[in-house]
Design a protein around this ligand. Structure first.
Ligand code: IMP
Length: 198
């Protein structure tokens, strides 16, 4: 689903950042798309034959993914056995678009060998972060490994990564809200907005 920003009156301003947040994806659009993704994921993993012993294993990359993961996991019907784990990473340098190096600061709690892993991401931009995480996860030999991202900014991709499930494809504009931050702010916005200079 390709979205372009809606032109509405900005409803969030930040003097500190000198920025305006322009509403982009509403709460209703987020919830509706999350429901569709959950339905599709549930169908696919039923077909894959997940069981309580070998469930759909949802892995989230902290912290941006928290609202999306929380909504997605609750939207997956309970006949599909599911488990959840999280990993936290941090970029080595200030600009992930240039160096792509990341460091694991909180590893997964459980091994993933032989498990059906679905990596859940908030946004895939250059794909460098995802590439690093996928390489790490693949080395742990899961039974299957797929990616679900809420947002995909495909126009700036530097590394070709296969996304099994995508919520919204977005243009090259910085977005905040619904988990996504600008210097740790705006994660608690219930919608996604485009950040613009005043
Ligand atoms: P990539 O390695 O370039 O794909 O960057 C992915 C990471 O950069 C995401 O997990 C976010 O943490 C961050 N990021 C990229 N674009 C945005 C944005 O528009 N808003 C907030 N964070 C972003």
């Amino acid at each position: 689903m390709l979205l372009t920003p809606v032109t509405t009156t900005p409803i969030e301003t930040s003097a500190e950042a000198g920025a305006i947040i322009e509403p982009f994806i509403t709460e209703e659009e987020l919830q509706s798309r999350v429901g569709e993704l959950a339905y599709e994921i549930a169908q696919d993993y039923r077909n894959l034959g997940v069981t309580p012993e070998q469930p759909l294993h949802l892995l989230g990359i902290l912290k941006g993914v928290v609202p999306f993961m929380s909504d997605l996991m609750r939207a997956i019907p309970t006949d599909v056995p599911a488990s959840v784990d999280f990993m936290a990473i941090t970029p080595y340098g200030p600009d992930t678009r240039r160096n792509g190096g990341v460091r694991v600061i909180k590893d997964l709690d459980d091994p993933i060998e032989g498990r059906h892993v679905l990596l859940v991401e908030d946004i895939v931009d250059t794909g460098l972060t995802l590439g690093y995480v996928m390489k790490l996860l693949r080395s742990r030999q899961p039974a299957s490994l797929r990616v679900c991202t809420l947002l995909d900014r495909a126009s700036v991709r530097l590394l070709d990564v296969r996304l099994a499930y995508t919520g919204f494809e977005i243009p090259d504009q910085f977005v905040v809200g619904y988990g996504l931050d600008y210097r740790e702010r705006y994660r608690n916005l219930p919608y996604i907005g485009v950040m613009k200079s005043q």
